[in-house]
Design a protein around this ligand. Structure first.
Ligand code: ASP
Length: 327
């Protein structure tokens, strides 16, 4: 065999191996960590996303791992420590930003993940247990005022969206309620339905079917504008209109990978995320629950990283003003 022929055979082998590697991802199931309980808002978006990302990832299996607890820090820390090979991903939310202020050491650094992009934005609603005496926001706020030593406010742990909204509510109403933390708002909703807790501020993705079924009461929305959809919320005031001036909270979710995940794998995942967010079934399911799926510009990893850094500053100030932070 001539030297030249041997060389070109070797070069072809290297190229083929590289090609096989590039095509090979994903060659095994991907684990998608959800840092909250199954059946709740973060779990719902993650499971819908896993389904929608299968097609662009050539039918890959994506398995959801609910690593719930401590306001999302347990699962997020688990993803932070996972091998950076693209086979462990994380769906996280605003807790990525709030925990930076609330925890001395949450077990991860929010800015040391690979950012794949934002997924959605979800409004929140103040809801109450069945049979609660108050039928509108004015009645609810005076009921809270009169019963402040007895009212239980459920949340999904320190750093969760429901914790942040509840903190802002208490601050605005100038009350300190008994808070009851759960591993997610799915189990919190079970207890709200059972009357073990009184009120909660939760994402529409977890409240819509209960409000539509008149199983729980809804009082006000957390966003600056009223919601036109889902229609069950259309007559609810915003908390700002209801007198809590400047109240404006909307919960985002994003997709992340451990730091050091190869660039080619990140590109494949980002492309798959973009495709998934345009999947009509995904969009329909999300919109039906009140979530807004973001556009391509917000799926951009660098943009999302900038956005999260700004959220750390924004909510850090709110949390500190409410007197809750790790110094
Ligand atoms: N996202 C949480 C969950 O899925 C709820 C929260 O953050 O309040 O349970």
């Amino acid at each position: 065999m001539s030297k030249l022929f041997k060389l070109s055979l070797a070069a072809t082998a290297v190229l083929m191996a590289a090609g096989a590697q590039a095509q090979a991802f994903p060659a095994k199931p991907i684990t998608l960590i959800v840092p909250f309980a199954a059946g709740g808002p973060t779990d719902k978006v993650a499971r819908d996303l896993a389904e929608a990302m299968r097609k662009p990832l050539h039918g890959a299996t994506i398995v959801v791992d609910n690593a719930a607890g401590a306001g999302s820090t347990i699962g997020t820390a688990k993803a932070f420590r996972a091998p950076p090979d693209g086979y462990t991903l994380l769906v996280a939310h605003i807790g990525m930003a709030t925990t930076a202020t609330l925890y001395r050491n949450p077990g991860f650094k929010y800015d040391e993940f690979e950012y794949l992009g934002m997924i959605n934005e979800v409004p929140m609603v103040v809801v109450g247990k069945p049979g609660l005496a108050a039928n509108n926001w004015a009645e609810l706020s005076s009921w809270i005022g009169q019963n402040k030593n007895k009212v239980n406010l459920a949340n999904a742990g320190l750093g969760a969206a429901s914790h942040l909204c509840g903190l802002m509510l208490q601050n605005a109403l100038k009350v300190e309620l008994t808070t009851v933390p759960y591993k997610g708002t799915a189990p919190a909703m079970t207890d709200l339905l059972g009357g073990q807790v009184d009120i909660m501020c939760d994402q529409t993705t977890n409240t819509t079917s209960q409000v539509e079924g008149k199983k729980i009461k809804a009082y006000a929305v957390s966003t600056a504008k009223r919601l036109s959809t889902p229609v069950v919320y259309k007559d609810l005031p915003t908390l700002d209109e209801a007198g809590l001036k400047g109240f404006d909270v909307s919960i985002w979710h994003g997709l992340y990978a451990p730091k050091g995940t190869p660039a080619a794998v990140l590109k494949t995942l980002n492309d798959a995320l973009k495709a998934a967010l345009k999947d009509p079934d995904f969009v329909k399911k999300q919109e039906g629950l009140g979530a807004v799926v973001v556009n391509d510009a917000r799926v951009n990893p660098a943009e999302h990283k900038k956005f999260v850094a700004a959220e750390v500053t924004k909510w850090g100030a709110v949390i500190k003003a409410a007197g809750q932070y790790a110094d």
